[in-house]
Design a protein around this ligand. Structure first.
Ligand code: SF4
Ligand code: SF4
Length: 343
């Protein structure tokens, strides 16, 4: 892999080149002490040292409400392609979120091809950045604290400069477009990278062992844990909305008043919602809250492993920070394993 370095005082210049030649730049900005990914018009607003954004990057690839097509008696069905081809660069994406997009690819680029998702994936570039874990991160446990692919460029903060790994031909074009800003990496830079990497490893405060977790979940299928969680859970769906790998959606038709024209939209859904498993005829096969929250855990940590060989959780900690009643995935999984949570 090609690795270069970019001095920090040249980062804004590099961002300007990216914006000029590769599309809109979106990066984390601070809002009331939290972070959101949004379009950057003034680079000074970007915050590359951040914990986690409220919403994950799925909002760019699977928007919360996505009009798939319009229909009318005269024109029939017309696919909505607005903004689908817009070129964008997401600048400052954490490794766990890069990993999460790889998980969504398994779903939308796999057995079921989704042209909307795929077109956006093709047109949105990723510049990753390394980070330090806070008290809710457990990406290391989920093997998502480091990525070898899924980005165009990936930056590691070495203090004075960013070690810059080039992941794709597009990333190489970005570097070449601002070649005068980059320098060769040195032995001393590599030594600093290793020192910081060891520090990061030591900084994790949460740990979940995922080896044999699916088997342990099988053993605990009838556990009282699920009833307890069902009593506590409000079915608000926040944990699904903020999760970078939750992809459930509903499809709704919106018909214009007084007309037979309308649109078909895909909207975010959650398996925690009481109507998620409601089917025609009025049957609801997950009516109990306990069965819904149990389903979320079993799908992410067991069913997805059986289908794709890894859990559909990257340990970003968003669901822990978003849950209004303090349901904590690390505590739950460690309880399933019979491990006392140390806090
Ligand atoms: S389940 Fe929670 S910790 Fe895991 S990826 Fe989703 S939001 Fe992040
Ligand atoms: S955020 Fe918490 S309360 Fe809301 S649905 Fe998820 S687990 Fe239940």
């Amino acid at each position: 892999m090609k690795i270069l370095k970019l001095r920090k005082d040249k980062l804004d210049h590099f961002a300007a080149v990216i914006r000029q030649k590769f599309g809109e730049v979106h990066a984390p900005v601070e809002q009331n002490g939290k972070y959101v990914f949004q379009r950057i018009t003034d680079w000074a607003d970007a915050r590359l040292r951040y914990s986690r954004t409220i919403l994950p990057l799925k909002k760019y690839f699977l928007p919360p409400r996505d009009t798939l097509f319009h229909y009318s008696p005269g024109k029939g069905y017309v696919a909505n392609t607005r903004d689908l081809e817009k070129r964008m660069v997401l600048f400052g994406v954490h490794a766990c979120d890069v990993y999460a997009l790889g998980i969504l690819d398994l779903v939308f680029n796999g057995k079921y091809n989704d042209p909307y998702y795929q077109t956006r994936r093709k047109n949105i570039a990723i510049i990753g950045i390394d980070c330090m874990p806070d008290e809710h991160c457990f990406c290391r446990s989920m093997r998502a604290d480091f990525v070898e692919e899924g980005f165009d460029l990936f930056l590691h903060d070495l203090g004075e400069c960013y070690q810059t790994a080039v992941g794709t031909a597009l990333g190489d074009n970005m570097v070449l477009a601002a070649a005068e800003l980059f320098e060769p990496i040195t032995r001393e830079d590599f030594d600093e990278y290793k020192r910081l990497s060891a520090n990061k490893r030591k900084a994790f405060r949460l740990d979940v062992e995922i080896r044999d977790l699916p088997e342990m979940l099988d053993m605990e299928y009838e556990s009282e844990i699920w009833a307890e969680l069902g009593d506590k859970c409000l079915s608000c769906g926040s944990c699904s909305m903020v999760c970078p790998t939750c992809y459930c959606y509903d499809v709704v038709d919106t018909v214009e008043l007084g007309s037979t024209a309308g649109s078909r939209d895909r909207v975010w859904d959650s398996c925690l919602f009481s109507t998620h498993a409601l089917v025609a005829g009025g049957e609801n096969f997950r009516e109990e809250r306990s069965s819904r929250i149990k389903f979320r855990y079993y799908h992410k940590q067991r069913g997805f492993v059986a289908e794709h060989g890894r859990p559909s959780c990257v340990g970003c900690g968003r669901c822990i920070t978003a849950c209004p009643v303090g349901i904590d995935i690390v505590e739950v999984l460690n309880r399933v394993r019979g491990v006392q949570y140390a806090g």
